[in-house]
Design a protein. Structure first.
Length: 280
């Protein structure tokens, strides 16, 4: 959906878009989210546990593998491997303040790691750690109504050592706000089909600049999803279109998406995201 997800409720994936999206979730969830992008290969494991009286809690571990770097000796013989990875452990809490308002928070432990195997002369293992908070809220204009608003602030607090500036630089704080609307007039013409449209605006401090995100989600019988989206005015991605497909069968939910255009396409990448969720 072009990443226009700040006002949506996509289950455990919403932890990273807007922690408030877990407010009101009524089923426990185990999920695996996989991505292959220009940044690297990502794997995220999440467990969501809603309660009747105390809101929803979740625990997630995200690992982004940036690829192996081969180490060689003076004669260019392989002697080891450097393994750069970004690791995030997130604890999430979300609650329904009223029937219309959901709020949520992530507390994240972030590690920038370079592990090493073999002969690691002059390199060795290196770990930089910090902590950060995400805050979010969603407001529904009417209970069960078609219009929702969302806002999220990501990566508040936390500093990492920068090799470029030789000082502790803050994480790139990101502010996003947006809306999602269900076009109810479609109900009169197409049976058992819903059309949701979404839009959001993102401002990332010192990284990526500002961008506009647009998305649509066509849902048939509440189980089959066909999605499309567009990201514009992003200095890193230029303009990127996206397509996605989702299917729910019983307790299992499968989603897949990929993007087109922008830096990733220019570098011959085939970015793809895959999610498998189990609701119980």
């Amino acid at each position: 959906m072009g990443q226009a997800m700040v006002a949506a409720k996509p289950g455990s994936e919403g932890i990273w878009w807007n922690p408030a999206s877990l407010g009101g979730q009524d089923k426990r969830e185990l999920a695996i989210h996989y991505s292959n992008t220009i940044s690297g290969t990502g794997d995220t494991f999440s467990f969501v546990a809603p309660t009747r009286s105390f809101g929803t809690m979740a625990l997630s571990l995200s690992v982004l593998d940036l690829g192996e770097v081969q180490l060689t000796d003076d004669n260019n013989n392989p002697i080891g491997l450097a393994l750069p990875r970004d690791v995030v452990l997130a604890g999430t809490y979300a609650a329904q303040v009223t029937k219309r308002l959901d709020v949520g928070l992530n507390y994240k432990i972030i590690q920038i790691r370079v592990d090493c195997t073999g002969i690691c002369v002059g390199i060795g293992d290196e770990v930089e750690s910090t902590r950060a908070v995400d805050l979010g809220a969603q407001y529904h204009v009417a209970v069960g109504g078609p219009l929702s608003f969302g806002i999220a602030i990501r990566n508040l607090g936390g500093r990492l050592n920068s090799q470029q500036t030789n000082q502790r630089d803050p994480l790139p704080t990101q502010v996003e706000f947006g809306t999602m609307y269900r076009l109810k007039f479609l109900d009169r013409y197409v049976k058992d089909t819903e059309l949701h449209v979404a839009a959001s605006y993102v401002d990332t401090r010192s990284y990526g600049g500002k961008s506009v995100r647009l998305g649509t989600d066509v849902v048939y019988e509440g189980k089959l999803h066909v999605r499309a989206g567009y990201v514009g005015h992003d200095r890193l991605a230029s303009a990127t279109a996206s397509l996605g497909f989702g299917l729910q069968s019983g307790s299992f939910v499968f989603d897949i998406a990929r993007t087109f255009g922008g830096i990733q396409a220019d570098n011959g990448q085939a970015p793809v995201w895959v999610s498998l969720r189990y609701l119980f």
